[in-house]
Write a protein that binds this ligand. Structure first.
Ligand code: ATP
Ligand code: MG
Length: 256
């Protein structure tokens, strides 16, 4: 049965999509069967996996509102070696459409249950908000992966997310836990980054992943080629870090 992880942080531009896409491709490279769910109307994870969001016949939107099955809406990322449930701007309407739908926060969970036996990992790329879409992600997941930059305000934003996760755990999804915090876009030469990183380790202990993703331009270039960074330039420092992160995830799920 698939282990399901939401990649979430309500802060924008912190590396959620880069993490989801590269972890998916890195897990696939390690022989794991992976489904990536794009839950963001921006559709960046879809495009970054080499799937065209503009021509997708069916997306996560139709799946959420009950017009299509997940099994008929997923596509193959040939580049990444994993499956993708695509998203595009249509998904922005889901927020309103879901209001009248029963069990609206569990729509994705129910659909994932229909394909869970076909995968080892399901990774959900959440949008930069604590919206109904993110709630669907959190209700579906066994755990949350939180990518974060080691900046001054990073810890402050984290408490809102941690509180939301606690509430979802208490009221909607007893399985949910924080799997770990992933330091991304890390600059080892920055004293501030080192200080924040040390603070994170003090506060969260072994919830902080050992893998650290450095700032690396090859990871930023890859999406314009429709390729995950780990495929675009496997030898790049950022790619090597995501491959190490995938190994750490495979180890970690044995104990959670
Ligand atoms: P949003 O909140 O808009 O969904 P996000 O949290 O998904 O954003 P990304 O899109 O993954 O964040 O990353 C934001 C930007 O930073 C992108 O241009 C991406 O290419 C770049 N980026 C992400 N990680 C790295 C890295 N390790 N090194 C260099 N650039 C990176
Ligand atoms: Mg994103």
């Amino acid at each position: 049965m698939a282990r399901i992880f939401a990649v979430a942080n309500q802060k924008g531009g912190v590396g959620k999509t880069t993490t989801t896409v590269n972890l998916a491709a890195a897990l696939a490279a390690h022989g794991q069967r992976v489904l990536l769910v794009d839950l963001d109307p921006q559709g960046n994870a879809t495009m970054g996996s080499g799937v065209d969001k503009r021509t997708a016949p069916s997306t996560v939107y139709q799946v959420l509102i009950g017009l299509k099955q997940l099994s008929e809406s997923r596509q193959r990322s040939e580049a990444g070696g994993y499956d993708v449930l695509p998203a595009n701007r249509e998904l922005a309407g889901a927020e309103v459409d879901l209001v009248t739908i029963e069990n609206r926060e569990k729509r994705l969970k129910d659909q994932l249950a229909t394909v869970a036996s076909e995968y080892d990992f399901v990774l959900i790329d959440c949008p930069p908000s604590l919206s109904m879409l993110t709630l669907n992600g959190l209700c579906s997941a066994h755990g949350v992966i939180i990518p974060m930059q080691c900046e001054y305000f990073a810890l402050e934003g984290l408490s809102d997310l941690v509180n939301t996760i606690k509430q979802v755990h208490a009221k909607l999804n007893r399985d949910l836990k924080i799997i770990g915090l992933l330091r991304v876009m890390f600059d080892p030469r920055s004293t501030l980054a080192q200080q924040v990183s040390a603070q994170l380790e003090t506060h969260f202990g072994d919830k902080v992943f050992k893998a650290v993703i450095p700032r690396n331009v090859r990871l930023a270039e890859a999406p314009s080629h429709g390729l995950p960074g780990v495929v675009f330039d496997k030898a790049a420092k950022g790619s090597q870090a995501y491959l190490a992160f995938a190994t750490e995830m495979i180890e970690r799920i044995k104990t959670v």
